[in-house]
Ligand binder design. Structure first.
Ligand code: PHE
Length: 373
């Protein structure tokens, strides 16, 4: 900065000359106009309005002028700086608007493009239901046991007290499987129930044995609304000292309460299975009408045909002959077993009218069950 000009000198310093001020202003306006983007404008701003810009320097010279000259010079510089700032602001907002518009175009997302992400899958409701049932028993101390689907006849029938000429053997509509040589007497079948896993579990373990056996089973049934040749079963086996039919009943009641809610019960009807003695058919209270349709013609129930009960599966006290076949002492140990179909359970629990819907694999059926994984 120049030293104060004490003796009045009508000649102004170079930087404050009108031509210089105008030139500095015009240079600034031209530079702003020429700035093609916000970065260039930032540089032009520093050059033309920063501390070292000609107009800032000129402004600082004003203080050094004699008082008579300050007003005119101040006005000149002030007007120039005002014009420069105005032009800068205008160019700034023009370039910002331009950038925003470009970003909108360049970063636009076409929401109408086809969906290219594979939808997240979910497990089949049969699997999740089966696991839910397993969990009920695992929580009671049972172990999950599995066995092969291609099974030796001995495990599927003989060890379960179904000798080759046992009449009940023919009630299992069996898929017999030829061996590699093509012999039909291979002794292999597709298991008709999960009961052979009882045998495998008893042979593998020392009592006490508490196992829940889920798995796929096969029978030569035609596919219709209530039958399928491939279906799932869950079987339960408990072998310990002092087990009785009442343990079986308590366990069944606990299961239906866990699956269908409080107030559910089961009842047992005498039946015959070679591998249990006594044997029973197990029913549960109709989950839909809860028995209220019985004797109440105003409120008929299609699910249980107004009988109040639905049949679930078979059960009983393990036949001592089965224990003997597995090397378990029937004098010391006793047990109970039950088995039921998973598809039927799913139909009951979710009001599915046709078994074919469950197995056809159409996602429109499975999707409402959610995406439990
Ligand atoms: N295994 C029998 C069936 O599939 C069901 C059952 C299991 C019956 C256990 C009694 C005890 O028909």
């Amino acid at each position: 900065m120049s030293a104060p000009n004490k003796s009045y000198d009508p000649v102004e310093v170079e930087a404050l000359k009108p031509e210089e001020i105008d030139a500095a202003r015009d240079a600034a306006l031209a530079a702003f106009e020429a700035a093609a983007d916000l970065d260039a404008l930032r540089e032009a701003k520093i050059a033309h309005t920063g501390d070292r810009s000609p107009l800032a320097l000129a402004n600082r010279e004003i203080g050094a002028l004699p008082p008579q000259a300050r007003a005119a010079a101040g006005k000149r510089v002030g007007q120039a700086r005002g014009a420069v700032n105005k032009a800068l602001a205008a160019r700034q907002s023009a370039l910002e608007a331009e950038r925003d518009e470009r970003v909108l175009v360049e970063e636009a997302v076409d929401v109408t493009l086809p969906y290219d992400r594979a939808p997240a899958g979910a497990r089949h409701p049969l699997t999740t239901l089966s696991e839910r049932i397993e969990d009920i028993f695992v929580a009671m101390g049972y172990e999950v046991a599995e066995g092969p689907e291609l099974e030796a006849e001995w495990f599927n029938f003989d060890a379960l007290n179904l000798d080759p000429d046992h009449p009940a053997r023919s009630t299992h509509d069996t898929f017999f499987v030829a061996d590699e040589q093509g012999s039909p007497d291979s002794g292999l079948v597709l298991r008709t129930h999960t009961s052979p896993v009882q045998i495998r579990s008893l042979l593998d373990r020392e009592p006490p044995v508490y196992v829940v056996c889920p798995g796929r089973t096969y029978r030569t049934d035609e596919l219709d609304a209530t039958h399928t040749p491939v279906f799932g079963q869950v079987e339960l086996l408990a072998v310990d000292e002092g087990l009785t039919m009442s343990d079986l009943k308590g366990t069944l009641d606990h299961m239906v309460v866990s699956l269908f809610g409080p107030g559910m019960r089961t009842r047992l009807r005498p039946n015959y299975f070679p591998f249990t003695e006594p044997s029973a058919e197990m029913d549960m209270v109709c989950f839909r009408c809860r028995g209220e349709s019985v004797g109440n013609p105003d409120r008929p129930c299609r699910t249980c045909s107004s009988e109040g009960w639905i049949e679930l599966g078979g059960c009983g006290v393990v036949n001592p002959r089965v224990l003997i076949a597995c090397g378990v002492d029937p004098e010391r140990y006793s047990g109970f077993a039950f088995g039921f179909g998973i598809e039927r359970m799913l139909m009951f629990r979710h009001g599915v009218a046709d078994m074919r819907d469950i197995i056809e694999g159409d996602v429109r059926f499975t999707r409402p069950f959610g995406s439990e994984i």
